[in-house]
Design a protein around this ligand. Sequence first.
Ligand code: GLC
Length: 441
Amino acid sequence: MKKNFFRKLSIWATAGLFATSLSASTLETEEGYVPSAENQQSREAFQDDKFGIFLHWGIYSMPAQGEWYMNNANIDRKEYAKLASGFYPSRFNAREWVSAIKASGAKYICLTSRHHDGFSMFHTQYSDYNIVDATPFRRDILKELSDECQKQGIALHLYYSHLDWFREDYYPLGRTGRGTGRTQHGEWKDYYQFMNNQLTELLTNYGPIRAIWFDGWWDHDQDPDFDWQLPEQYAMIHRLQPACLIGNNHHQTPFEGEDIQIFERDLPGENKAGLSGQSISQLPLETCETMNGMWGYKITDQNYKSTKELILYLVNAAGKNANLLMNIGPQPNGELPEVAVQRLKEMGEWMQVYGETIYGTRGGIVKPHDWGVTTQKGNRLFVHILNLPDNGLFLPITQKVKQAVEFKDKSKVKFKQDKQGVLLLFDQIPDEVDYVIELTL
Ligand code: GLC
């Protein structure tokens, strides 16, 4: 009791000292991060959504070699910046983007508001290097997109790069962007303030932002003394929009103050791309993946995954209790690539039929296996059979199974149950992309 009183007193004292910056941060750093009720609700809604579309769009779409081109080709920052004055995405239409994305069944969009090249795809007061002030297009595409998302009822998330290959106050330099000609250097505290100012704009001028998706932390992973000052930044975000989820693509186990755990190019528990291996936390999970091979538009990359592969990726993610954030790199003219739009449409056709076995579910009681995965909503267990060379499937379920039906047409499926589990029996070897059996427990 007494201890508590003194602790509170010290919180008030700290708060008093920094009266103007009195914020959740004071409380969060002293007491540990406790997500607000709004935040908890938002986490649930996020998990229920299961499927989002990532959009990597910036002036890098013009050279059309992906979003790392400035770094990879060691382009001088002043030369690179000239791209801006030629950027005129004449076919950009937020309504068409959102409609095409909604048609896939995706429930949220994550747009790159500012990528590593440092160019802001929104109207910011804190730098002229932005889509309104530095391009002849002069339209705040983020404003148009956020309005349209609200109109069509789809959540908006924003990617934000912590590192910057353009600004000279991003200093000390990290391990990337060494060839972009930043010869002077400014102060880290100015850069940190700049980021917080921009984040404040993003969380003030564009309606509800369901998540901020950070990236670039790893730029300083070889410098153990470097401090990104994340706790204060995270607290500021939660103060501005308590429901806003914070994710950070640092490839580590989540840090305090984060609300979701992100995996890049691998489902939780896998590590084929070499960016994972971190332990899986209790936070809502999300895996991001590219539809072809690149995040930003690459003109020669036509290596699109098939609709079947994309559906399998989504189902496997859901079975591992994770969301899928599938990426598209819009073209420099403002359109989504035609192949991507086709894939979105076909995924949507599948989701029309099977969405109920994905949305609102969590990973099921039967763990992922070679034959497939399970998802679950209350006492409804959806068995997603993806690869079964047999016409029978044994599931180690000890709970009593009341009924087994084919999800699509509700026809009865034969089964036997004993103490070890349930044996499902099919008339033939399943050959659908995803043969879904619904069990009532
Ligand atoms: C990597 C890349 C970045 C991309 C991100 C998406 O961190 O640096 O270009 O935006 O992955 O997951």
